[in-house]
Design a protein around this ligand. Structure first.
Ligand code: PEP
Length: 256
């Protein structure tokens, strides 16, 4: 537990057509009506952003993109810009998700340009880091996370800790059903906060929310979220179902 306000994000990945997304958003709107103590953000596929912004306006649910390009505009077929996400009503954007890094080959230097562009466009980056299974097994977790944090946030200026969210997502825990134990996650979160203190200042680092992501579900959320340095969750699979996503948000409210 800490003074940081919990933030629960739903990463819908490449799931839900606009009409499916609308049905889910309408259900969430009803279920989350009394949730005030936790920040909630839903990150749907880009094509679902506009209908979700409309359905979830006047609620406490914010909308985020799942990725963006670092340029303002141009001949970049298939991409969306930070300004486009902002203009459509997004306030967050997931950057450096492991699927972007390991399926689409995004480099730390690409992610760094995106983080800077998101901040200058008024979007809050949800900046993801995390080690692969073999890296953990070889005792390289800290080394990998340190490099990702240093390179992804190089030259980033921050004046308000609320402007950045970091998500620790061990790759071996994403979509596998095997979550990091609360102790494993807390150890890395504590280390990330130390790194953020070196990068920015201790004061800023103390205020930056660090989410855990990787097979979070209603059954394990409370234990993970009650760790001192775990300030929320980035949820993939379990965010697709309004029932389980709401249950996770309610767990966050309880441990707040
Ligand atoms: C994710 O995609 O960010 C994620 C954590 O997925 P899951 O919850 O399904 O492991």
């Amino acid at each position: 537990m800490s003074t940081r306000r919990s933030i629960i994000g739903g990463n819908w990945k490449m799931f839900k057509t606009p009409s499916e997304a609308a049905t889910t958003a309408k259900a969430l709107k009803v279920k989350l009506i009394n949730v005030e103590a936790v920040d909630v953000v839903v990150c749907p596929p880009a094509i679902d952003v506009l209908p979700l912004v409309e359905i979830l306006k006047e609620t406490n649910v914010a909308i985020g993109g799942q990725n963006m390009h670092w340029e303002d505009e141009g001949a970049f077929t298939g991409e969306v810009s930070a300004t486009m996400l902002r203009d459509a009503g997004c306030s967050y954007v997931i950057l450096g998700h492991s699927e972007r890094r390991h399926v689409f080959g995004e480099q730390d230097s690409d992610i760094n340009k995106k983080v800077k562009k998101a901040l200058s466009a008024g979007l809050t980056p949800i900046f993801c880091v995390g080690e692969k299974l073999d890296e953990r097994e070889h005792g390289r977790t800290r080394e990998v996370v340190k490099k990702q944090v240093a390179a992804g946030l190089a030259g980033v200026q921050l004046s308000d800790p609320a402007d950045l969210v970091v998500a620790y997502e061990p790759v071996w825990a994403i979509g596998t059903g095997v979550n990091a134990t609360p102790e494993q996650a807390e150890e890395v979160h504590q280390y990330i906060r130390e790194l953020l203190g070196e990068q920015f200042s201790k004061g800023l680092a103390d205020g930056i929310r660090i989410q855990y992501g990787g097979s979070v579900k209603p059954a394990n959320a409370a234990e993970l979220l009650s760790q001192e340095n775990i300030d929320g969750a980035l949820v993939g699979g379990a965010s697709l179902d309004p029932e389980s996503f709401t249950a996770i948000i309610k767990s966050a409210e309880k441990v707040n």
